[in-house]
Design a protein around this ligand. Sequence first.
Ligand code: MG
Length: 162
Amino acid sequence: MRLLQPDYTASSVHEVCYGELWSAGVRGVVFDLDNTLCGWREDGLGEEAEGLLRNLHRNGFKVAILSNGRLSRRKNLLEKLSRLKVPVVWPGRKPWPWGFRRALSAMGLQPHEAAMVGDQTFTDVLGARVVGLRAVLVRPISAREHPATTPLRWLERLIVRP
Ligand SMILES: [Mg+2]
């Protein structure tokens, strides 16, 4: 059960205490995409999310994206992330460790130097904890999501968010 508990929680990616993470030795942030940085299947990145990524870079953080989504049709989003020089790993197959390892190697960091920020316990938090990254659970941007996620949300509420 410990592996399902995040190290930190926040209401959104903008409320995460990145300064605290930096003080704890974190030098890289891996973001989930759908319902964390942007809406589910959205082909683009909002100004706020873009500003956050730029800001993290300016403050010395490395940043990567790890998504379980199929991104081949989301050309605008991929283009924007590539312009921001943010590596994107997909399909991430979270919670399996391989995607996390690829994101870490894209940033040139060890697991203890990185944090995973995502909206799902059974993919983002579990995978991060198994591989050894700090896990930050944020609230999903909206209720619109992949149908397969719905039963996992029930479990989340039962187990993690009583
Ligand atoms: Mg998500």
